[in-house]
Design a protein around this ligand. Structure first.
Ligand SMILES: Cc1cc2nc3c(=O)[nH]c(=O)nc-3n(C[C@H](O)[C@H](O)[C@H](O)COP(=O)(O)OP(=O)(O)OC[C@H]3O[C@@H](n4cnc5c(N)ncnc54)[C@H](O)[C@@H]3O)c2cc1C
Length: 658
């Protein structure tokens, strides 16, 4: 990374980068976001300033519209503090006795992500439209990882996904998950046919940026051959591309061999044994010890698994990398038959039948918004998959006494306990923290669709073995940064739509492939404003996968927005320098979608035991407990939309059978 140690040098570099520019991330007070017109997005800041604030809850105030907030989003300030004090055992010291709201529901759902919203949807479908349901979520917006980033640049609305983007899953959708999409009006293959690939950047290629700190010399090399993150690259030989890079001659030779040579590096070893061995070694070890590549090749490949796994090639099994079409295996005669040792994602890749790449401009936030529109009448206009894209959500409608389904934001569930014995109780008490107070409601049943590792803290009566299982998975931290630019002329001049930056703060940057759908018009001309997606994974090679994820979690929470901003500006300036990019002039807005608790933990054969089906920690963790059941994609140990929906469905079925 750039050395900012010299104070005068770093000040003038900051000016060049535009750190002093008044862009839309500046609506911050000590890292806490404040929306337009002084609307408080953080209830905790709201409480601090209670003397000046009206008694209305934040989401009921006029102009409350979290999708347009910029700066630090995802796990934004104000979203996680209550849960952390609960974890640290200090919440109850300060909260005092819960205020009894007197509210009674048929169902309370903890967690307003896709799984929790789907659970509410299925419950209402099975019990009828008058079912009284309360959904509680700790964020200032619903959707969980399915978050909408909405920008208004140069008079144009631009949308991006703050988290989950694609509907496709490694496995075919279940009847229930597909059925839910169909009932909402989402037909992914039909949408794919109509709208996929209609963005304006199709003709641009891909490149690699070699930074001087990692590779000894700084260079953007365009026209990368071969597939680049699943997309077609330029035709041409790897040797020609590599000759333009600053990589050593030996590294160039070895990378060309890894990419193109058909060599069986385990000649004579039976197929199943090859796969078994590959499942127990990392891709890094495969390259070094089996392919016998020079160590100089490792920095080129190290971060290639970040987007899908949140960790580098040191911690992802080689067998997974084979399954997801990494190079090096093309001469090894491995058949694409599912075998032991593949993670969920890789297994799906091997058995994949249907492929479609349609995604909404705001990713799966559109699914969350369609679920909310269906659950809470009047919350948004329209009825189709097209009109949801530009529909403005009325947050003031979400938590209204006249609606059977209510969604209460900025509310962290801190207790879920049966009123009486779990085996015979008729009700569950649910307590949530909001505005530095605790409130209680009662329900006939509860679905905990929140992150599974928080459940032992809020559900103290669970059996010890189940609590241990709930704690097992460490969610994968990652950051999706979205930068609004004045235009994309620099990308056009350089001929790139995306650049892999294996050694940099963000390991990739791509023009957002926005879809032209309904009334939504993504950028067309290079002079139009545009959004750039950047990926950062705060992993720490050398540790086990779970330790890397735990360390990354703390790293993300300890990193101030300013550090992200400086690195974003520095990186864009360096990568796009040859295209005339000026960070001080061209950057209009920055949103850092920080997810310290990102993907659900998927079992990794390098570190996890080979549990039989039904005995995995997630199987034990999701057992129903009286009138309390457990959903979330964590309950499937699989970070996919369909899994989140399926778990919501199962949790509701369990509840209905009590
Ligand atoms: C950056 C990113 C990209 C992804 N990309 C994709 C993709 O392209 N395709 C795909 O299929 N999947 C993707 N995923 C996986 C995604 O997690 C799942 O697909 C799915 O959206 C998870 O939904 P969920 O409801 O299970 O969990 P979440 O979306 O995490 O929702 C759970 C909600 O519960 C809340 N909560 C936690 N504790 C409490 C509490 N005590 N009280 C109240 N609320 C609480 C959480 O804050 C959260 O809002 C991605 C995930 C991330 C982080």
């Amino acid at each position: 990374m750039t050395d900012f140690a010299d104070e005068n040098g770093s000040r003038s570099r900051d000016r060049q980068l535009g750190m002093n520019r008044n862009i839309t991330r500046r609506d911050f007070l000590n890292g806490m976001a404040i929306g337009a017109g002084g609307v408080l997005a953080s209830p905790w800041l709201g409480a601090l300033l209670a003397a000046q604030a009206p008694a209305l809850s934040a989401q009921d105030r006029p102009n409350y519209y979290p999708p347009t907030l910029t700066g630090m989003r995802g796990s934004h300030p104000g979203a996680f503090e209550v849960a952390h004090t609960l974890r640290d055992g200090t919440f109850w010291e300060k909260a005092g006795k819960p205020v009894e709201t007197g509210e009674e529901y048929d169902l309370v759902v903890a967690g307003g992500g896709i799984s929790g919203l789907a659970a509410a949807y299925f419950y209402r479908k099975h019990t009828g439209p008058s079912a009284r349901i309360l959904i509680l979520d700790n964020h200032d917006d619903f959707g969980g990882h399915a978050k909408r980033n909405e920008f208004h640049l140069g008079g144009r609305m631009l949308l991006a996904n703050g988290g989950t983007v694609s509907i496709e899953s490694p496995f075919p959708y279940s009847k229930e998950a597909r059925g839910l999409l169909t009932e909402l009006g989402i037909d992914p293959p039909a949408l794919e046919k109509k709208y996929a690939g209609n963005g304006a950047f199709g003709a641009l290629g891909f490149g690699y940026f070699f930074d001087k700190e990692t590779f000894g010399a700084e260079r953007l090399v365009t026209n990368a051959p071969g597939g680049f993150y699943g997309r077609q690259g330029a035709s041409g030989k790897w040797a020609d591309f590599l000759a333009r890079t600053p990589l050593s001659a030996q590294a160039q030779q070895d990378i060309a061999r890894i990419q193109e040579a058909k060599v069986d590096y385990m000649e004579g070893v039976p197929q199943e044994q090859k796969k078994a061995r590959l499942s127990k070694m990392s891709y890094k070890d495969f390259l070094l010890n089996v392919v016998k590549a020079h160590p100089d090749v490792i920095p080129f490949y190290q971060t290639r698994t970040h987007g899908l796994y949140g960790i580098g090639i040191d911690a992802v099994p080689a067998l997974d990398c084979w399954a997801i079409h990494f190079p090096g295996f093309q001469g090894m005669g491995l058949d694409r038959v599912p075998s032991k040792g593949l993670t969920f994602t890789a297994l799906g890749e091997v058995t994949r039948q249907e492929e479609f790449y349609f995604h909404f401009p705001d990713g799966n936030a559109s699914i969350a918004r369609m679920l909310v529109r269906s659950l809470v009448p009047g919350s948004a206009a329209g009825s189709t998959a097209e009109d949801i894209v530009t529909a403005k959500m009325d947050y003031g409608r979400l938590d209204h006494a006249d609606s059977p389904v209510r969604i209460r934001l900025n509310s962290t569930v801190v207790l879920s306990r049966h009123v009486g014995d779990a085996a015979s109780a008729k009700q569950v008490e649910v307590v949530y923290g909001r505005d530095q107070k605790a409130y209680s409601v009662r329900a006939k049943g509860v679905v905990l669709a929140c992150w599974n590792m928080v459940i032992p803290y809020l559900c103290p009566d669970l059996p010890a073995q189940q609590k241990e299982a709930l704690h097992y998975g460490v969610k994968v931290p990652l950051v999706y940064t979205v930068v609004g630019l004045r235009n994309w002329t620099a990308f056009q001049r350089l001929g790139v739509t995306g650049v892999s930056c294996p050694g940099m703060y963000h390991t990739s940057m791509n023009l957002d492939q926005a879809v032209n759908i309904g009334d939504y018009k993504p950028p067309q001309s290079p002079e139009d404003p545009v959004l750039v997606h950047m990926l950062r994974t705060p992993c720490q090679p050398g540790l086990s996968a779970r330790e890397q994820q735990r360390a990354g979690h703390y790293d993300l929470l300890a990193t101030p927005f300013e550090t992200f901003e400086r690195n974003i500006r520095d990186q864009l300036a360096r990568v796009l320098a040859g295209g005339g990019f000026d960070p001080a002039r061209d950057i209009e807005a920055i949103t850092v979608n920080r997810w310290p608790h990102g993907y659900a933990y998927e079992y990794n054969p390098l570190w996890d035991l080979d549990w039989p089906e039904g005995k995995r920690p997630c199987d034990i963790a999701r057992r129903p407990f009286g009138r309390i059941t457990i959903a979330n994609s964590d309950a499937a140990a699989a970070a996919y939309t369909d899994q989140a929906i399926d778990q919501g469905y199962r949790a509701v079925q369990e509840l209905l059978s009590v």
